[in-house]
Design a protein around this ligand. Sequence first.
Ligand SMILES: Nc1ncnc2c1ncn2[C@@H]1O[C@H](COP(=O)(O)OP(=O)(O)OP(=O)(O)O)[C@@H](O)[C@H]1O
Length: 442
Amino acid sequence: MASTPQASQVLPSTTKPAELEYGGDEISALVLDPGTNTTRCGFAGEDTPKTCVPTYYGIVPDPDVPKYFGSLKIGENAVNTVIDGMEIRNPMHEGIVENWEVATEIWRHCIEYKLSSRVEEHPLLVTEPIWNPLKNRERTTEVVFEDFNVPAYFLVKSAVCESFANSKPSSLVIDVGHTFTSVTPVVDGIPLRKGSERTPLAGQHLTTQLRHQFGELGIRMAPWLMIKAKATYTDLTNPSPLRSRDYGFQPHKSFVEYQQDRFIHEYKESISETWPEPRSFPPDLNNIPEGFRGLQDKSYEFPDGYQRRFGLDRCLAAESLFNPSVSPKPFTGDTPKGIAEMIKDSVDHLDADIRANMLNNIVVVGATSLLYRFNERLSQELTAMFPGPRVKIQSSGQIPERKYSAWLGGSILASCGAFHQLWISKQEYDEVGANIIERRAK
Ligand SMILES: Nc1ncnc2c1ncn2[C@@H]1O[C@H](COP(=O)(O)OP(=O)(O)OP(=O)(O)O)[C@@H](O)[C@H]1O
């Protein structure tokens, strides 16, 4: 990266930024940040994406649409509509596109439908994880030039964007997202493969653990869309009758689970909490040592009307991010290392001369890091692991900046004057082919 963009270079936030110069033409760039949970898209120079669309999509069996083996349902409203036979799927896995036809449609939906923009009129900056394989980088390049016909494009590592979004050219970026938590060292705007690590201990893991925890308690997992009327009750042995909506068909299992994820997400936001101290969480919640300092109870009402007070058990799922052996649902394969252990592995792999700088410049991003007291716990873990160099964590207190930091960093980069020489033009793509991405953006 040529230079570090400064916040002062960011264009003011308006509905549409002032037009930028690219190759003598007057145009504004678009920034696309495809995550496994949501895809974020908007205009370069703004502080938040204009749209954040679920990456999950619905597919309804339809013999008249052989291309996708059914008709696609894309967007917040579509995936949350009860449709006979609609299955919920995801075209990505751990930040990597697996179903290109569908991913392309979701990107097009974001740009053309949600932004009402003509994609062929804008340079496009796309983010990617550091483990994105070459064939996927080339495929993205083909999609943007062949399918979207963009005039110019660039692919930037999410961790670099996240570092810049936090005004740091060098940092150790911890991204706690939906399907993975990753650690990536970034030095002078260059992401290092050495020291990059990732683990599935992230938001989806929390959802799985909570689903299991609620199931063990015997809680009915009926989602909001399935409930016709509810009556509050507090005794699971004497539940109020379940008054379900009759749609005339049974919604697909994947749709029901997707709907369950919505209230589990609400629970994560409002009830889940991270136990702040390492190694002091009681191993058996049915046998809490006498005199143990507890936690204030919080009450949650499930969609079917069941109200329950949660105490220490509201920390259990988050505890499993740091200490996976306490996970309510055991792992099928090997138990992964906790998040702090993974970061320690990353730092241990780094050259000794950059370790102190990395530990002093830790940037925490990703929506799952919004868990209450997550950063406090992480700081305690890392300080205990690295007593020598000073461990300093920077993490925005603003929810959108934490959730959309990769998008925001991309927005800063694409609106920075020095970045314009990096754009790959359609003409260069036509001359070299998809491999231009490997030559121009390692
Ligand atoms: N306030 C919150 N507290 C806890 N979890 C949250 C909060 N807000 C969102 N989440 C969780 O964060 C996850 C989404 O994170 P994020 O948007 O960073 O993922 P993504 O970038 O789309 O996916 P991935 O990182 O797998 O590519 C979801 O599991 C969601 O439930």
